[in-house]
Design a protein around this ligand. Sequence first.
Ligand SMILES: [Zn+2]
Length: 141
Amino acid sequence: MGVDDLVPLTPWRLVWRGIRRRCPLCGGSACFDSWFQVKDRCPRCHFPIHREEGHSIGAIGMNTIVSFSALLVTLVGGFVIMGNQRRGAPLVICLMAVAVLVPVAFYGSSQTLWSAVDLLMRPLEPDDDVDPRWIPPAAKR
Ligand SMILES: [Zn+2]
């Protein structure tokens, strides 16, 4: 996708980009230096991924919501799978694995997802200093 086929930023598009560790504004995929290290700005459109003070608090919130949702799904799924023959140990082991692996796996996505939610709540401002070629058209109402 290039500058010539920009699409409006709908809420689902923003969230989908955030979950996939992409820039919320342009959808660019080079926003990370490593699995855990997000860049200050998108190298393609110059969108500030850390747009505000306290960005990490929002990202932690996103990661917490996703992690607890995964725990709930695991717990309910475990109950459903085991039926009437419930045993604690396998379920606890699965829950512990989910509790450790999901927050680590989702850490990067939580950064870009919070950035996407932030962009949804606070539209672009001149202070964001993005490359104007990447500013998408407004969504039709
Ligand atoms: Zn970008």
